[in-house]
Design a protein around this ligand. Structure first.
Ligand code: ATP
Ligand code: MG
Ligand code: FE
Length: 336
Protein backbone atom coordinates (compact mmCIF):
# COMPACT_ATOMS: atom_id res chain seq x y z
CA UNK A 1 0.00 0.00 0.00
CA UNK A 2 1.45 3.34 -1.11
CA UNK A 3 0.82 6.56 0.82
CA UNK A 4 1.68 9.92 -0.70
CA UNK A 5 2.89 12.40 1.92
CA UNK A 6 2.90 16.18 1.70
CA UNK A 7 4.93 18.51 3.96
CA UNK A 8 4.88 22.33 3.78
CA UNK A 9 4.94 23.53 7.40
CA UNK A 10 7.98 25.77 7.12
CA UNK A 11 10.41 26.35 4.27
CA UNK A 12 10.61 22.92 2.65
CA UNK A 13 8.09 21.88 -0.02
CA UNK A 14 8.27 18.11 0.09
CA UNK A 15 6.30 15.20 -1.36
CA UNK A 16 7.13 11.54 -0.80
CA UNK A 17 5.73 8.09 -1.42
CA UNK A 18 6.20 5.43 1.25
CA UNK A 19 5.16 1.78 1.00
CA UNK A 20 3.49 0.16 4.03
CA UNK A 21 4.77 2.87 6.36
CA UNK A 22 8.30 1.60 5.96
CA UNK A 23 9.95 1.69 2.54
CA UNK A 24 10.74 5.10 1.05
CA UNK A 25 9.93 4.90 -2.64
CA UNK A 26 10.56 8.59 -3.34
CA UNK A 27 11.19 11.67 -1.21
CA UNK A 28 11.47 14.97 -3.08
CA UNK A 29 12.50 17.99 -0.99
CA UNK A 30 12.49 21.47 -2.49
CA UNK A 31 14.11 23.76 0.08
CA UNK A 32 13.61 27.52 0.15
CA UNK A 33 16.56 28.07 2.51
CA UNK A 34 18.52 29.98 -0.15
CA UNK A 35 15.64 32.43 -0.58
CA UNK A 36 15.25 33.08 3.18
CA UNK A 37 19.01 33.35 3.72
CA UNK A 38 19.05 36.98 2.57
CA UNK A 39 16.54 37.85 5.34
CA UNK A 40 18.37 35.89 8.05
CA UNK A 41 15.33 33.69 8.74
CA UNK A 42 12.08 32.38 7.29
CA UNK A 43 9.69 35.08 6.04
CA UNK A 44 6.18 33.55 6.30
CA UNK A 45 4.60 35.35 3.31
CA UNK A 46 7.53 34.50 1.07
CA UNK A 47 7.36 30.88 2.25
CA UNK A 48 3.65 30.46 1.41
CA UNK A 49 4.06 31.97 -2.03
CA UNK A 50 7.02 29.74 -2.84
CA UNK A 51 5.10 26.62 -1.68
CA UNK A 52 2.30 27.57 -4.09
CA UNK A 53 4.81 27.89 -6.92
CA UNK A 54 6.48 24.55 -6.20
CA UNK A 55 3.84 22.13 -4.92
CA UNK A 56 2.40 20.82 -8.21
CA UNK A 57 5.79 20.11 -9.71
CA UNK A 58 7.05 18.46 -6.51
CA UNK A 59 4.01 16.13 -6.51
CA UNK A 60 4.77 15.20 -10.12
CA UNK A 61 8.44 14.62 -9.36
CA UNK A 62 7.62 12.34 -6.42
CA UNK A 63 5.31 10.20 -8.61
CA UNK A 64 7.82 10.17 -11.45
CA UNK A 65 10.75 9.12 -9.24
CA UNK A 66 8.60 6.38 -7.73
CA UNK A 67 7.53 5.36 -11.23
CA UNK A 68 3.90 5.37 -10.06
CA UNK A 69 0.67 7.08 -11.12
CA UNK A 70 -2.01 8.44 -8.78
CA UNK A 71 -4.09 5.30 -9.48
CA UNK A 72 -1.65 3.29 -7.33
CA UNK A 73 -1.86 5.62 -4.32
CA UNK A 74 -4.05 4.43 -1.40
CA UNK A 75 -4.20 7.62 0.67
CA UNK A 76 -2.71 11.08 1.12
CA UNK A 77 -1.00 12.06 4.35
CA UNK A 78 -0.45 15.74 5.02
CA UNK A 79 1.07 17.91 7.75
CA UNK A 80 -1.80 20.01 9.13
CA UNK A 81 0.20 21.57 11.99
CA UNK A 82 2.05 22.89 13.86
CA UNK A 83 3.88 25.39 11.66
CA UNK A 84 3.34 28.57 9.68
CA UNK A 85 -0.36 28.68 8.95
CA UNK A 86 -0.02 30.11 5.43
CA UNK A 87 2.62 27.55 4.55
CA UNK A 88 0.61 24.65 6.02
CA UNK A 89 -2.49 25.73 4.08
CA UNK A 90 -0.72 25.15 0.77
CA UNK A 91 -0.01 21.51 1.62
CA UNK A 92 -3.46 20.94 3.13
CA UNK A 93 -5.20 22.43 0.05
CA UNK A 94 -3.04 20.38 -2.30
CA UNK A 95 -3.84 17.21 -0.32
CA UNK A 96 -7.56 17.91 -0.37
CA UNK A 97 -7.71 18.64 -4.08
CA UNK A 98 -5.69 15.53 -4.96
CA UNK A 99 -7.92 13.47 -2.68
CA UNK A 100 -11.07 14.91 -4.23
CA UNK A 101 -9.84 14.39 -7.79
CA UNK A 102 -8.74 10.78 -7.20
CA UNK A 103 -11.32 9.79 -4.59
CA UNK A 104 -8.75 9.07 -1.88
CA UNK A 105 -8.81 9.46 1.90
CA UNK A 106 -6.80 12.26 3.53
CA UNK A 107 -4.85 11.61 6.73
CA UNK A 108 -3.97 14.57 8.96
CA UNK A 109 -0.47 14.19 10.40
CA UNK A 110 1.06 16.12 13.30
CA UNK A 111 4.42 17.48 12.14
CA UNK A 112 6.27 16.30 15.27
CA UNK A 113 4.75 12.81 15.02
CA UNK A 114 6.29 12.87 11.55
CA UNK A 115 9.72 13.83 12.90
CA UNK A 116 9.56 10.92 15.39
CA UNK A 117 8.45 8.58 12.61
CA UNK A 118 11.63 9.24 10.63
CA UNK A 119 13.17 6.76 13.09
CA UNK A 120 10.70 4.02 12.13
CA UNK A 121 11.14 4.26 8.34
CA UNK A 122 13.03 1.43 6.62
CA UNK A 123 12.21 -0.75 9.66
CA UNK A 124 14.83 0.88 11.80
CA UNK A 125 13.03 1.22 15.15
CA UNK A 126 9.57 0.82 16.63
CA UNK A 127 7.79 1.67 19.89
CA UNK A 128 8.05 1.50 22.82
CA UNK A 129 10.56 4.34 22.63
CA UNK A 130 11.53 7.54 24.34
CA UNK A 131 11.78 10.27 21.74
CA UNK A 132 14.06 13.25 22.22
CA UNK A 133 12.66 15.94 19.93
CA UNK A 134 15.13 18.66 18.99
CA UNK A 135 13.83 20.73 16.09
CA UNK A 136 13.61 24.35 15.02
CA UNK A 137 10.46 24.98 17.06
CA UNK A 138 10.29 22.11 19.58
CA UNK A 139 12.35 20.57 22.37
CA UNK A 140 10.55 17.75 24.17
CA UNK A 141 10.98 14.31 25.66
CA UNK A 142 8.06 12.11 24.62
CA UNK A 143 7.27 8.57 25.77
CA UNK A 144 5.66 6.54 23.01
CA UNK A 145 4.43 3.14 24.29
CA UNK A 146 2.83 2.34 20.92
CA UNK A 147 2.28 3.93 17.51
CA UNK A 148 -0.79 5.86 18.70
CA UNK A 149 0.19 7.24 22.10
CA UNK A 150 2.39 10.24 22.90
CA UNK A 151 3.08 11.21 26.51
CA UNK A 152 5.09 14.38 26.94
CA UNK A 153 7.46 14.19 29.94
CA UNK A 154 8.89 17.68 29.49
CA UNK A 155 9.34 20.51 27.05
CA UNK A 156 11.21 23.78 26.66
CA UNK A 157 9.90 26.72 28.62
CA UNK A 158 11.35 29.26 26.20
CA UNK A 159 13.54 28.71 23.11
CA UNK A 160 13.70 25.46 21.19
CA UNK A 161 17.16 24.00 20.64
CA UNK A 162 17.20 24.68 16.89
CA UNK A 163 15.96 28.20 17.53
CA UNK A 164 18.84 28.76 20.00
CA UNK A 165 21.33 27.48 17.40
CA UNK A 166 19.89 29.80 14.76
CA UNK A 167 19.76 32.87 17.05
CA UNK A 168 23.29 32.37 18.36
CA UNK A 169 24.53 31.83 14.80
CA UNK A 170 22.84 35.02 13.67
CA UNK A 171 24.55 36.99 16.47
CA UNK A 172 27.86 35.46 15.43
CA UNK A 173 27.22 36.74 11.90
CA UNK A 174 26.75 33.28 10.40
CA UNK A 175 24.40 32.31 7.61
CA UNK A 176 20.80 30.98 8.07
CA UNK A 177 20.15 28.23 9.03
CA UNK A 178 22.87 28.51 11.65
CA UNK A 179 22.68 25.02 13.17
CA UNK A 180 24.75 23.23 10.53
CA UNK A 181 27.32 26.10 10.45
CA UNK A 182 27.82 25.99 14.23
CA UNK A 183 28.12 22.19 14.01
CA UNK A 184 30.91 22.56 11.43
CA UNK A 185 32.77 25.28 13.36
CA UNK A 186 32.45 23.36 16.65
CA UNK A 187 34.38 20.43 15.25
CA UNK A 188 37.50 22.65 15.16
CA UNK A 189 36.94 24.42 18.50
CA UNK A 190 37.62 23.83 22.19
CA UNK A 191 34.34 23.16 24.04
CA UNK A 192 35.90 24.34 27.32
CA UNK A 193 37.22 27.64 25.99
CA UNK A 194 34.20 29.78 26.93
CA UNK A 195 32.41 29.03 30.23
CA UNK A 196 28.64 29.01 29.60
CA UNK A 197 25.63 28.18 31.83
CA UNK A 198 23.66 24.94 31.70
CA UNK A 199 20.04 25.15 32.86
CA UNK A 200 19.01 21.86 34.45
CA UNK A 201 16.01 23.38 36.32
CA UNK A 202 14.50 21.32 39.17
CA UNK A 203 15.95 17.89 39.82
CA UNK A 204 12.78 16.03 38.87
CA UNK A 205 11.95 18.19 35.86
CA UNK A 206 12.20 17.14 32.23
CA UNK A 207 11.63 20.71 31.10
CA UNK A 208 14.29 22.70 29.28
CA UNK A 209 15.35 26.34 29.08
CA UNK A 210 17.78 27.68 26.50
CA UNK A 211 17.15 31.44 26.51
CA UNK A 212 19.66 32.06 29.33
CA UNK A 213 22.37 30.26 27.39
CA UNK A 214 21.52 32.26 24.28
CA UNK A 215 21.79 35.53 26.26
CA UNK A 216 25.10 34.41 27.79
CA UNK A 217 26.58 33.87 24.31
CA UNK A 218 25.31 37.27 23.19
CA UNK A 219 26.95 38.85 26.28
CA UNK A 220 30.26 37.13 25.60
CA UNK A 221 30.26 38.51 22.05
CA UNK A 222 29.20 41.97 23.19
CA UNK A 223 31.80 42.20 26.00
CA UNK A 224 34.51 40.88 23.70
CA UNK A 225 33.71 43.57 21.16
CA UNK A 226 33.77 46.32 23.82
CA UNK A 227 37.17 45.20 25.06
CA UNK A 228 38.41 44.86 21.53
CA UNK A 229 39.17 41.18 22.06
CA UNK A 230 38.43 38.73 19.30
CA UNK A 231 36.83 35.45 20.33
CA UNK A 232 37.52 32.41 18.21
CA UNK A 233 34.31 31.48 16.36
CA UNK A 234 35.31 27.83 16.54
CA UNK A 235 35.76 27.94 20.33
CA UNK A 236 32.50 29.82 20.89
CA UNK A 237 30.58 27.42 18.64
CA UNK A 238 32.10 24.40 20.40
CA UNK A 239 31.38 25.83 23.87
CA UNK A 240 27.77 26.69 22.99
CA UNK A 241 27.16 23.30 21.42
CA UNK A 242 28.67 21.53 24.45
CA UNK A 243 26.40 23.49 26.83
CA UNK A 244 23.30 22.51 24.82
CA UNK A 245 24.40 18.91 24.44
CA UNK A 246 25.22 18.43 28.15
CA UNK A 247 21.65 19.33 29.13
CA UNK A 248 20.02 17.21 26.40
CA UNK A 249 22.16 14.17 27.27
CA UNK A 250 21.64 14.48 31.03
CA UNK A 251 17.84 14.83 30.79
CA UNK A 252 17.54 11.99 28.29
CA UNK A 253 19.60 9.68 30.50
CA UNK A 254 17.38 10.62 33.44
CA UNK A 255 14.21 9.92 31.45
CA UNK A 256 15.56 6.45 30.64
CA UNK A 257 16.17 5.83 34.34
CA UNK A 258 12.74 7.15 35.34
CA UNK A 259 10.69 5.26 32.75
CA UNK A 260 12.78 2.14 32.33
CA UNK A 261 12.41 2.52 28.54
CA UNK A 262 15.84 1.68 27.20
CA UNK A 263 15.31 2.61 23.58
CA UNK A 264 15.82 6.27 22.67
CA UNK A 265 15.18 7.82 19.26
CA UNK A 266 16.14 11.37 18.37
CA UNK A 267 14.08 13.54 16.03
CA UNK A 268 14.14 16.96 14.37
CA UNK A 269 16.77 19.05 12.62
CA UNK A 270 19.22 19.16 15.53
CA UNK A 271 19.36 15.33 15.46
CA UNK A 272 21.78 15.95 12.58
CA UNK A 273 24.24 17.57 15.00
CA UNK A 274 27.55 15.69 15.20
CA UNK A 275 28.29 16.81 18.76
CA UNK A 276 24.91 15.57 20.02
CA UNK A 277 25.29 12.28 18.13
CA UNK A 278 28.71 11.68 19.71
CA UNK A 279 27.82 12.67 23.31
CA UNK A 280 24.47 10.90 23.47
CA UNK A 281 26.00 7.84 21.81
CA UNK A 282 28.75 7.75 24.43
CA UNK A 283 26.31 8.21 27.31
CA UNK A 284 24.06 5.45 25.97
CA UNK A 285 26.99 3.08 25.94
CA UNK A 286 27.97 4.03 29.49
CA UNK A 287 24.43 3.76 30.90
CA UNK A 288 23.45 0.73 28.83
CA UNK A 289 20.60 2.08 26.72
CA UNK A 290 20.15 2.20 22.96
CA UNK A 291 20.07 5.41 20.98
CA UNK A 292 19.12 5.81 17.33
CA UNK A 293 19.43 8.85 15.07
CA UNK A 294 17.71 9.05 11.67
CA UNK A 295 19.93 9.45 8.61
CA UNK A 296 20.94 13.13 8.39
CA UNK A 297 18.73 13.73 5.31
CA UNK A 298 15.63 12.63 7.29
CA UNK A 299 16.35 14.81 10.36
CA UNK A 300 15.11 18.08 8.84
CA UNK A 301 11.69 18.53 7.23
CA UNK A 302 10.72 15.94 4.63
CA UNK A 303 7.52 14.27 3.44
CA UNK A 304 8.71 10.67 3.85
CA UNK A 305 8.27 11.00 7.60
CA UNK A 306 4.73 12.36 7.03
CA UNK A 307 3.74 9.54 4.65
CA UNK A 308 5.21 7.09 7.19
CA UNK A 309 3.37 8.55 10.17
CA UNK A 310 0.12 8.48 8.16
CA UNK A 311 0.28 4.70 7.81
CA UNK A 312 -0.78 3.62 11.33
CA UNK A 313 -3.68 6.11 11.06
CA UNK A 314 -4.57 4.64 7.66
CA UNK A 315 -4.68 1.16 9.19
CA UNK A 316 -7.09 2.44 11.83
CA UNK A 317 -9.22 4.24 9.24
CA UNK A 318 -8.59 7.55 10.96
CA UNK A 319 -9.37 9.83 8.03
CA UNK A 320 -9.90 13.58 7.83
CA UNK A 321 -12.66 15.04 5.71
CA UNK A 322 -12.54 17.89 3.25
CA UNK A 323 -13.12 20.39 6.07
CA UNK A 324 -9.57 19.72 7.32
CA UNK A 325 -7.86 22.98 8.22
CA UNK A 326 -4.28 23.99 8.99
CA UNK A 327 -3.52 24.65 12.66
CA UNK A 328 -0.51 26.79 13.63
CA UNK A 329 -0.25 25.48 17.21
CA UNK A 330 -1.28 22.05 18.41
CA UNK A 331 0.33 19.87 21.03
CA UNK A 332 1.19 16.28 20.41
CA UNK A 333 -0.51 13.73 22.68
CA UNK A 334 -0.95 14.20 26.43
CA UNK A 335 1.11 15.76 29.21
CA UNK A 336 2.45 13.57 31.97
P1 ATP B 1 9.58 22.21 13.93
O1 ATP B 1 9.87 20.87 13.39
O2 ATP B 1 9.72 22.33 15.41
O3 ATP B 1 8.31 22.78 13.41
P2 ATP B 1 11.40 23.12 11.92
O4 ATP B 1 10.60 22.21 11.06
O5 ATP B 1 11.70 24.49 11.47
O6 ATP B 1 10.73 23.20 13.35
P3 ATP B 1 13.46 21.19 11.60
O7 ATP B 1 13.31 21.16 10.14
O8 ATP B 1 13.17 19.99 12.34
O9 ATP B 1 12.76 22.43 12.27
O10 ATP B 1 14.95 21.57 11.91
C1 ATP B 1 15.53 22.78 11.52
C2 ATP B 1 16.44 23.20 12.63
O11 ATP B 1 17.50 22.25 12.77
C3 ATP B 1 17.09 24.55 12.40
O12 ATP B 1 17.01 25.28 13.59
C4 ATP B 1 18.54 24.18 12.08
O13 ATP B 1 19.47 25.17 12.44
C5 ATP B 1 18.72 22.93 12.89
N1 ATP B 1 19.81 22.07 12.41
C6 ATP B 1 19.91 21.44 11.22
N2 ATP B 1 21.08 20.78 11.12
C7 ATP B 1 21.75 20.99 12.30
C8 ATP B 1 23.00 20.59 12.83
N3 ATP B 1 23.84 19.82 12.14
N4 ATP B 1 23.34 21.02 14.07
C9 ATP B 1 22.49 21.79 14.80
N5 ATP B 1 21.30 22.21 14.34
C10 ATP B 1 20.92 21.82 13.12
MG1 MG C 1 13.73 24.21 7.03
FE1 FE D 1 10.26 20.21 11.45
Amino acid sequence: CYILGIESSCDETSVAIVENGRRIVSNVISSQADIHKQFGGVVPEVASRRHVERITQVVEMALQQANLTMERIAAIGVTYGPGLVGALLVGVSAAKSLAYAHDLPVIAVHHIAGHIYSNFLENKKHPPVLALIVSGGHTEIVYMPDLYTYECLGRTRDDAVGEAFDKVARTMGLEYPGGPVIDRLAQKGNPEAVPLPRAFLADDSFDFSFSGLKSAVINVLHNGKQRGESISQEDLAASFQAAVTDVLVEKTAKAVLRTGVRQVVVAGGVAANQGLRASLGKRAQLDGFEVYFPPVALCTDNAAMIAGAAYPLYQKGQFADLSLNAVANIRLGVER
